[in-house]
Design a protein around this ligand. Structure first.
Ligand code: NAP
Length: 288
């Protein structure tokens, strides 16, 4: 119930109506009996600076930021975490005393999801990341910071090279079967950060040489709608362990939850809420 004491947080997007975050976070607050409400805010790009001022004016507890604001919001904030500064992107606003700060929880959320699947990252391990967009930046940064040797494969190779140069990944290659085959041979982790295979294009699959998918390879697809992409189905048939994007969605939200409340997030209820929502609607297409 909303009371005089209720604190407010929420998510900014444009559009924002497909966001899974309000349901996920409100379920988490209810589970712990916290007097906090989480609402979607449809923020037009030209209103972003005013929205940041509104966080202070309205004494909001915290904000998640999603497409298309993640890369623009840092310029309006007082302080960024080192990670957000490296990425030039923010998905979580939080207060450090009286200072409004920005962090990006996508990278640590990705690592926490792998951990949840009992896939252990070790320094020197080799990973192949498909894609060079916003989520790829967070994933590549998190892996490189963990000592992983990362090869980035992208349709537009210049974008892959930019990631390699910015984050210290090993190599940029084309997103083609021929280029991927030797890279996959020695890799222990393959991550799809492209939107290929996402609803409503479930029949599509990144151009991965299926015969190069070996049982020592863990395959992570950041897509969570559908729950099983064509890539994951093919990888499973080759004997690979796999994970879809639901756990990363939950874990990046859990990290924001803890930033705002100081409490461990009830991830089980968050996971269940996202899965139920995904079962009910085919319209969730983006993160947060
Ligand atoms: P983005 O910034 O738009 O990047 C999209 C990437 O996909 C680019 O590398 C793009 O290549 C590539 N791509 C798109 N269509 C392609 C095609 N037909 N052929 C080859 N490459 C193609 O998107 P994003 O924000 O990184 O999101 C990507 C996916 O990750 C989405 O499905 C999103 O829902 C998911 N995601 C999930 C989570 C989670 O928590 N689970 C978090 C973030 C994102 P070019 O550079 O050549 O255009």
């Amino acid at each position: 119930m909303i009371r005089g004491t209720t604190r407010v947080c929420g998510v900014w997007g444009w559009p924002v109506k497909h966001s899974a975050s309000p349901a996920m976070h409100n379920a988490a607050f209810a589970e712990l009996g916290l007097d906090i409400a989480y609402v979607p805010f449809s923020v037009a790009p030209e209103q972003l600076q005013a929205a940041v001022a509104g966080v202070r004016a309205l004494d909001l507890l915290g904000i998640n930021v999603t497409v298309p604001h993640k890369e623009r919001v840092p310029e309006f904030l007082e302080k960024l975490t080192d990670r957000a500064a490296r990425l030039g992107a923010v998905n979580t606003l939080f207060w450090d005393g009286d200072t409004l700060c920005g962090d990006s929880t996508d990278g640590p959320g990705f690592l926490a999801a792998l951990n949840q699947a009992e896939f252990t990252i070790t320094p020197g391990m080799q990973a192949v990341v498909l894609g060079a967009g916003g989520s790829a930046r967070a994933v590549v940064d998190a892996l490189v910071q963990s000592g992983v040797r990362v090869i980035v494969a992208n349709r537009t190779i210049e974008r892959a090279q930019e990631l390699v140069d910015s984050f210290g990944a090993r190599e940029a290659i084309a997103l083609t079967e021929d280029a991927l085959r030797p890279a996959l041979k020695t890799a222990q982790l393959l991550v799809n950060t492209t939107s290929i295979g996402m609803h409503p294009h479930e029949s599509e699959c990144p151009p991965v040489p299926i015969d190069a998918l070996h049982p020592r390879l863990f395959v992570s697809d950041l897509i969570y709608n559908p729950a099983q992409t064509r890539l994951l189905a093919l990888a499973q048939a080759q004997g690979c362990r796999t994970q879809n994007g639901i756990e990363m969605l939950v874990q990046q939200g859990a990290l924001a939850f803890t930033r705002w409340t100081g409490k461990p997030a009830p991830t089980e209820i968050m996971r269940r809420t996202v899965e139920q929502l995904r079962g009910k609607t085919d319209t969730i297409q983006r993160t947060l």
